[in-house]
Design a protein around this ligand. Sequence first.
Ligand code: FES
Length: 217
Amino acid sequence: MFVHINDRQYEARTGEQLIDIARNNHSHIGYFCGGNGICQTCYVKVFEGMELLSPISDKEKAILSDELIQEGVRVACMTTLDKLGTVKLLTTVEEVKRTFETKPLDLIPYQAKMGWASLVKLPETIAMQAQRFSDGSLSTLQLINDIAGAIGGALELIFMAVQETFGGKSRSQAFTRQYIPEPRKSDKGKADATEDEKLSYSAFHESMKLQKHVPVN
Ligand code: FES
């Protein structure tokens, strides 16, 4: 099935979370808490295929105002692809970026709306998060680890974008570790990938290269 994030099409499988599809494809999306449903930076607005996604959960309802829900906003780290089809969405960070580039003054009412939406849900959100901590469904250690990972990933992308802007060659160790399978090792520990495998690794590396103007996700 296909997911269109910020007007780019990516392949995805049922069972995947929207946040993972976005991150795996370097889409412009916020994920400060590393996908733990805390930071609220991973909002997406769904334009098509809402019926293919997991039903909105009580946790999402505790975060999103009725107005945002009616507009098709979902929390990407709490939303899963449930059925085959095509889903089209825009991340809110990309929405802000586009608004800033085209109609910067519109950001004032936009931020006021989002701020108000967060404010009216604040008591419910705090209660829901406290419940998650107390029932053990949210691990403090895992949260710290995920936040550290998110910050590290963001810093690396910024570094790479700056490097590429000034004509340097970027090296993406984090992405290669994360998304590229290691070649098989022989008993003696030497890489023994076949020529086909080597070609496929190389093609994969090419496909994962960041473009010059890729947004920092
Ligand atoms: S990544 Fe933080 S709320 Fe989704």
